[in-house]
Design a protein. Structure first.
Length: 325
């Protein structure tokens, strides 16, 4: 038993070295988005998809591209537009005159890290093309099923302000995202640093200098470590109480699903592993509660009119439930 514990902690050390390398390479370019970077890494380790929401120009797309660049895996980008068709995402069957048969040409969704830029600009028909692949890691075309290579991660961006030419994401699709991360404006000091870096023409050089620090096999090994992180029964109960409360809260029209319960525990495990612990704490669950739940719940119309936000309700729920010690 002691040997097993020792080996596990050694693995955690290697995990943290890799995490720190990603933090360092991204932090040298993305100024002031430390929490966003941490959640991006946590999503990768927890095998989840991430939705980045923020106004234009806050480095949503750049953050996603740099995460992909830090990994020695295939990367593809899909720009969602109103005229995009499902076949533009998943691929289509093309007739081959030589063989007199239809041949399936894979679309850009086939890859390891997929950046879906401005995901809310495509209509519902195209949005539905992501349902199967995000949940089941496979694509079914003409009766044939094609499995995605591991790791498979969708990083999507959307603008919360501009509504013209956009389509609201279906709740079923939102539920497939592990995190919804709100990317905020930089502080005054951070913006000055951004301008200084750009003025001295450091940015392009630093982006080119970003190298892959994790291989596919290392990601698989890190994910296995995260899955093995210990969770006390009382913390499982604590997470379940938070989810259950969202279904009985008078401020909410729609509560969180059982998928949210799993997301809460799995992402808390990733946060614990990133901090060098092989067990989770209540603070880990609290840290991930807002990004895990904010996009999975819906406020009642009267509470929306009052200016209440999903994050406000989540904070109230956490304050209401006794923290296990």
């Amino acid at each position: 038993m002691e040997t097993e514990m020792f080996n596990e902690r050694t693995d955690l050390t290697q995990l943290n070295i890799a995490v720190e390398q990603i933090r360092k390479s991204l932090g040298s370019i993305i100024i002031g988005q430390n929490e966003t970077i941490d959640f991006l890494i946590a999503g990768l380790l927890a095998d989840g998809h991430i939705l980045l929401e923020g106004v234009p120009g806050v480095a949503k797309t750049l953050s996603a591209k740099l995460v992909a660049k830090s990994i020695d895996a295939s990367f593809s980008r899909i720009q969602f537009t109103p005229d995009l068709m499902p076949s533009d995402v998943i691929g289509t069957s093309i007739f081959d005159p030589k063989s007199s048969a239809f041949e399936y040409k894979k679309g850009p969704i086939f890859g390891h890290i997929i950046l879906v830029d401005e995901i809310n600009r495509a209509p519902a028909k195209t949005q539905s093309a992501l349902f199967e692949v995000m949940e089941e890691r496979q694509i079914t075309v003409d009766g044939h099923t094609y499995l995605m290579d591991e790791p498979f991660m969708v990083l999507a961006t959307q603008n919360p302000i501009e509504q013209e030419g956009t389509y609201r994401l279906p709740e079923a699709q939102l539920d497939r995202f592990l995190f919804k991360i709100e990317v905020k404006y930089p502080t005054l000091e951070e913006e000055i640093l951004i301008l200084q870096n750009q003025h001295h023409q450091k940015l392009d050089v630093e982006i080119d200098a970003v190298k892959a620090v994790l291989s596919i096999d290392q990601i698989k090994a890190c994910r296995a470590i995260i899955k093995a992180i210990h969770v006390e029964p009382k913390l499982i109960e604590y997470a379940a109480k938070i989810i259950h409360e969202t279904r009985n809260n008078k401020s909410l029209y729609l509560g969180a699903s059982p998928r949210a319960s799993l997301a809460l525990i799995n992402s808390a495990k990733a946060i614990a592993g990133m901090q060098g612990r092989d067990f989770i704490t209540p603070e880990d669950i609290i840290k991930v509660a807002a990004p895990v739940l904010a996009h999975r719940i819906m406020l009642t119309p009267d509470k929306e009119m009052e200016g209440l936000t999903a994050a406000d309700v989540i904070a109230q729920i956490i304050q209401k439930i006794e923290i296990p010690r």
